[in-house]
Ligand binder design. Structure first.
Ligand code: SF4
Ligand code: SF4
Length: 170
């Protein structure tokens, strides 16, 4: 995999849009074929990518989208901030169209100017798992992966590699 550059969200949206036909076809084929080695190939690209790319130079995810926040996440963050969970929820969270808690605002209220997370050790589970490219059964989250191409430079580059990979050639 080539060196991954930092790409701003607006550029990622443009690049993803320019590749919409390729990427849509790729994900459609992967969903239909469910190649046995899909997880292995994506996980290898994920490891290769994050070995060379430092999230502290990016923070696109924390700046532009909210994780889903469970009640346990909210309780943990509230405890860290020495707040009651109910007050934490009323100050920082709202319920979205899927009836999940999300942050009221983006960028995330806990994202600091140097891109560090103020609640890092107690951050939501979804933050720990983002961008989900090391998950098992990747074929189940291909729509989400396509969507994340617009946010995460690593996901965009992994998808670009997959589209070029002879095993999955579209
Ligand atoms: S809680 Fe931390 S890791 Fe999660 S979105 Fe906010 S700043 Fe990012
Ligand atoms: S997970 Fe992706 S979008 Fe988030 S900081 Fe890392 S490279 Fe950027």
């Amino acid at each position: 995999m080539d060196q991954i550059p930092y790409i701003k969200p607006e550029k990622l949206r443009e690049f993803t849009n320019n590749r919409r036909q390729d990427f849509t076809l790729l994900f459609k084929k992967l969903k239909a074929k469910k190649p046995k080695n899909l997880d292995d190939v994506i996980h290898e690209l994920h490891n290769e990518a994050f070995d060379q790319f430092d999230c502290l130079t990016c923070a696109n995810c924390c700046s532009t989208i909210s994780p889903v926040i469970t009640e346990k996440d909210a309780e943990r963050m509230a405890k860290r901030l020495k707040m009651k969970a109910v007050d934490f929820i009323s100050q920082y969270l709202r319920i979205d169209e899927d009836k999940d808690y999300v942050f009221k605002q983006t960028p995330c209220p806990f994202l600091m100017a140097d891109n560090y997370c103020m609640v890092y050790e107690d951050r939501p589970k979804a933050c720990r798992e983002y961008p989900h490219t090391d998950r098992k059964r990747m074929y189940q989250i291909l729509n989400l992966t396509h969507k994340n191409c617009e946010v995460c430079p690593v996901v965009f580059c992994i998808t670009d590699e997959l589209a070029k990979n002879s095993i999955f050639k579209v």
